[in-house]
Design a protein around this ligand. Sequence first.
Ligand SMILES: CC(C)(COP(=O)(O)OP(=O)(O)OC[C@H]1O[C@@H](n2cnc3c(N)ncnc32)[C@H](O)[C@@H]1OP(=O)(O)O)[C@@H](O)C(=O)NCCC(=O)NCCSC(=O)CC(=O)O
Length: 282
Amino acid sequence: MEIPFFPTLFSTVRSLVVRQPFFPTLEDLLVNHPKILGFSWNNGETPASSQRFLALTVLCYISFTFILSQVSRPSLARPVLKSISALHNLFLVTLSFIMALGCLVSIFSQVPNFKTLVCFPKRTSPSGPLFFWGYIFYLSKIVEFMDTLLIILGNSMKRLSFLHVYHHSMVVIMSYVCVNSAQSSFSMVLVTNCTVHVVMYAYYLMCTLGVRPKWKKMVTDFQLVQFWSSFLIMAMLAFYHFTGSGCSGILSWCFNAAFIVSLLFLFSDFHAKNYSPKVKNA
Ligand SMILES: CC(C)(COP(=O)(O)OP(=O)(O)OC[C@H]1O[C@@H](n2cnc3c(N)ncnc32)[C@H](O)[C@@H]1OP(=O)(O)O)[C@@H](O)C(=O)NCCC(=O)NCCSC(=O)CC(=O)O
């Protein structure tokens, strides 16, 4: 049994993309580089890969956030804060773009068919280009802690919401689990999330530069679409898992599913509070 439409779409797009003259150059840079091709995630050996590192990182993030939000903070001059913020956002726009592109090129170069994209065979080991980009994705979630520091240093305590701190701490755990368990479909989630983050950090960058984009609601809508699309991926994964010989990292998908449900709930609430007609007219 096969899922309709998507496998054909995947092979059509793939054969179109790999025939483009720019593809071999991108492949050389983002897939065939020895560090990328030879990447292997070894729990406890690869930098930042131990569970102790993960636990300490998340614990430090939550503790520092709590402590810094309670004590009186040194006030940074506004131009200094704006400059740091602009650099941080520019860095994350660029990194998110490179990760989305790197993972997409790796998919077209390494994944033989749609089924493998959705469902890695059982006992897949987290090595090679797809997992290299997964690893960079995980590290980038630690860099995103800087968002919280910017909120605190900017004294925008109203914006230090439960959603923000919960999202930032959980997403590091989620991305760690994805790579560590060689979780099926994670590359699709990575490409989607990095694409959303290019838009989101471009939004923040413009705010930092003093331009308030009119498309803030579109960014939240885009985030919500990303969470809904995860359910479609999950449904396809469940289909392949139960109709075939099983997929890698299915248990970690259950953890991620719970996380995505909670985010959907929190972001829907954010949406209602920020963009409902009543709020607009207030
Ligand atoms: C449109 C959103 C992306 C952001 O909503 P916000 O309410 O935070 O937006 P806002 O209009 O108040 O943001 C403008 C303010 O952010 C400051 N700012 C600039 N860069 C920032 C950064 N990197 N992190 C946090 N704040 C930053 C600006 O200087 C400006 O401050 P000033 O107003 O002082 O000039 C929304 O959809 C959203 O995500 N809301 C949840 C809150 C959140 O923390 N989101 C980010 C992580 S969630 C995520 O990442 C989900 C995912 O994975 O897709």
